[in-house]
Write a protein that binds this ligand. Sequence first.
Ligand SMILES: Nc1ncnc2c1ncn2[C@@H]1O[C@H](COP(=O)(O)OP(=O)(O)O)[C@@H](O)[C@H]1O
Ligand SMILES: [Mg+2]
Length: 390
Amino acid sequence: MDENRNPFNPGAGVSPPELAGRAEVMQQAMTALERTRRGRHAKSLLVLGLSGVGKTVLLNEIARQAGERGYLTEMVEAQDSGDLRQMLLHSVRRILLRQDGGKQAVEAVKKGLRVLRSFLGGITVSAGGVDITLGVDPEIGQADSGVLEADVTDLLLATGRAALAVQKPVALLIDELQYISKEELAALIRAIHAVNQAGLPLILFGAGLPQLAGQAGDAKSYAERLFEFPRLDRLNEADACAAIQQPVEDEGARIERAAVQEIFRQSHGYPYFLQEWGYNAWNACDGDLIRLADVQAATAISLRKLDASFFRVRFDRLTPGEREYMRALAGLGTESQRSSDVAAKMGRKASSVAPIRDSLIKKGMLYAPEHGMIAFTVPLFDAFMCREMP
Ligand SMILES: Nc1ncnc2c1ncn2[C@@H]1O[C@H](COP(=O)(O)OP(=O)(O)O)[C@@H](O)[C@H]1O
Ligand SMILES: [Mg+2]
């Protein structure tokens, strides 16, 4: 069918035509937004899930809906080598500059800017090649201690107070939160805790790999009571079928039941793969009815594309030792395996391969579904490993 009308969107952070199977977590987020707006206590959400399950598009959707509800929103992505100070500096600056209101309110915003100026401290920061000037003096004694935790807390409190004064709640969204260091995570959690206690209309939505829950707990033991940790996973059959069928029908085309089921079987309901298969099946189809044969053609194309890009970039990031570990795991089957069995397959002691296993978890390639077990984060990666290293 006409490629220009193809509704599917395989990629990173690009919205699917149908956000299937996420009604519950969206509802949770909307309740948190509504309560925060009313100055009521609400837990911030840290959305967990493996890569490609749809965390980023979910955060985008939350940001969009927050905007519709009168929120000022800022979304940032933490980087591997990033710096929380820089990240907050830019987002808080943009928020404060967008806050306007009555006379009294302006004072709270100005104070926010002065606290931000203190937070800036000695570091020169540039945005788009231009040094940032805030046009205000620092607020002495606020956000200038040099202690990250105290300074981030001062900054977010000042931002929350400004939000209250101008009656515009703030939603801060941070993607890839697993990348920030323990000290930074502790500072962020402490600051959100203080904002909550003060009943200020500022809420955090984070997203990250599953290990983020543990990282948050290690950084601050009370994190589990401060946050909800909704878990995104592969879609079940009904949701996956809706994710395929609905967009096709919205374009005035049709898809056979057997074709939808085959897409589910091949993709394992994994959101990224659903888009990839849907996209290729659409293009492979001649009439306006997508048939099983079109999906079978799409499978060959999808696997070729994944091998050349999605799987390839992940594979390229691995050290030889890590590749060997991944290959041994793949050789044991598609299910999760005991770590000790993987070590045995490599002919090594479990303790000697533990560092490799840990670094693969850190890179988001593997995860531990339960203690002592190990599994691929991405479906079909095992088959790729066997193709790549026969
Ligand atoms: N609920 C969903 N239903 C269908 N497709 C989805 C859904 N969520 C995400 N996708 C698709 O999956 C792919 C990956 O989404 P993304 O948000 O980048 O994942 P993550 O941030 O978890 O790595 C995108 O192509 C997106 O369109
Ligand atoms: Mg993402």
